[in-house]
Design a protein around this ligand. Structure first.
Ligand code: ZN
Length: 94
């Protein structure tokens, strides 16, 4: 870059005056009244456009089951590698 192209602080600041982030516009859910992204499913109740598109309770339960299975698998692996150490860790958590 040559001197001819250099901007002064005022010019830089004028350019950056348009860089501020705006808060995302939010819609109100017609089912539960919570705020959600426009044209997106409500994350509180799983409704979109007046009908349920996702059963959030079932999805939550599914996730909990998956996480529990994963925890069990990791615990089993730890016990198979170092049985005494895994028992000590389990005891210290209780
Ligand atoms: Zn809702």
């Amino acid at each position: 870059m040559v001197i001819r192209m250099r901007h002064n602080r005022s010019q830089s600041k004028q350019r950056r005056s348009h860089h501020a982030l705006e808060a995302a516009p939010l819609s109100t859910c017609g089912h539960c009244g919570a705020k959600h992204r426009p044209h997106h499913m409500c994350r509180e109740c799983g409704y979109y456009n007046g009908r349920q598109v996702m059963d959030l309770e079932a999805a939550k339960a599914q996730r909990a089951a998956r996480m529990a299975a994963k925890r069990e698998a990791i615990r089993g692996q730890a016990e198979s590698i170092a049985p005494n150490e895994a028992a000590a860790v389990a005891e210290s958590k209780n």
